[in-house]
Design a binder for this molecule. Structure first.
Ligand code: AMP
Length: 192
């Protein structure tokens, strides 16, 4: 199996590159943000609970998030592995993920891929995206900077854990989109 943890700040092209990785290696993407939004839309109990945190820009408690992820991982899938997007965000989640993948899939996290883009480029890209996306959080430079700062504050210690395990690779996320994909593919091929 190939199980990828995908990191990338807002505006790094993570969505596009996740799509390319999914097609190339036949993977299933699990995005905890998307799962929460689905539950909120369908007004489930989980959705109501998650909304109270998400609306404040806070993290949903670890156990709630881990349980949701475990349920998703247990669903039958005929892919070669998974891309974890937006998870893990804390040390507790990182440790839980290792355990779940071992227990449920009899496998392990293969690699954590991190897209690296200079902050100023991220700000420019998000402002540009905001012109057409209509997302309010893409139109204010201060909010954008804060989201980028938040991202680094949260992911730094998780990245450290993967680095210690020798399962961490950074790819520069600036330039030609296909060339960036090729670099990500090469990192995955190395550990196959
Ligand atoms: P995202 O779409 O990944 O930016 O997630 C949107 C929101 O969902 C976050 O701001 C959190 O409130 C919540 N969320 C998503 N993933 C997680 C996670 N792994 N742990 C806790 N909260 C999360």
């Amino acid at each position: 199996m190939i199980n990828i943890v995908l990191f990338g700040p807002p505006g790094s092209g993570k969505g596009t590159q996740a799509q390319h990785l999914i097609e190339k290696f036949n993977l299933k993407q699990i995005s905890t943000g998307d799962l929460f939004r689905y539950n909120i839309k369908n007004e489930t109990e989980l959705g109501k609970l998650a909304k109270s945190y998400i609306d404040k820009g806070e993290l949903v408690p670890d156990q709630v998030t881990i349980d949701m992820l475990t349920d998703e991982l247990r669903k039958p899938s005929n892919t070669n592995g998974f891309i974890f997007d937006g998870f893990p965000r804390t040390i507790a989640q990182t440790e839980a993920l290792e355990k779940i993948v071992r227990q449920e899939l009899n496998s392990e996290i293969s690699i954590c891929l991190s897209l690296v883009v200079d902050d100023e480029i991220l700000v420019q890209r998000l402002i540009k995206r905001g012109e057409t996306s209509g997302r309010t959080d893409d139109s204010d430079v201060e909010i954008i900077r804060n989201r980028i700062k938040e991202y680094y504050a949260k992911t730094a210690e998780v990245a450290e854990l993967y680095k210690k395990q020798g399962k961490y690779a950074e790819v520069i996320g600036v330039g030609n989109i296909s060339e960036i994909s090729e670099k990500l593919f090469a990192e995955v091929e190395k550990i196959k």
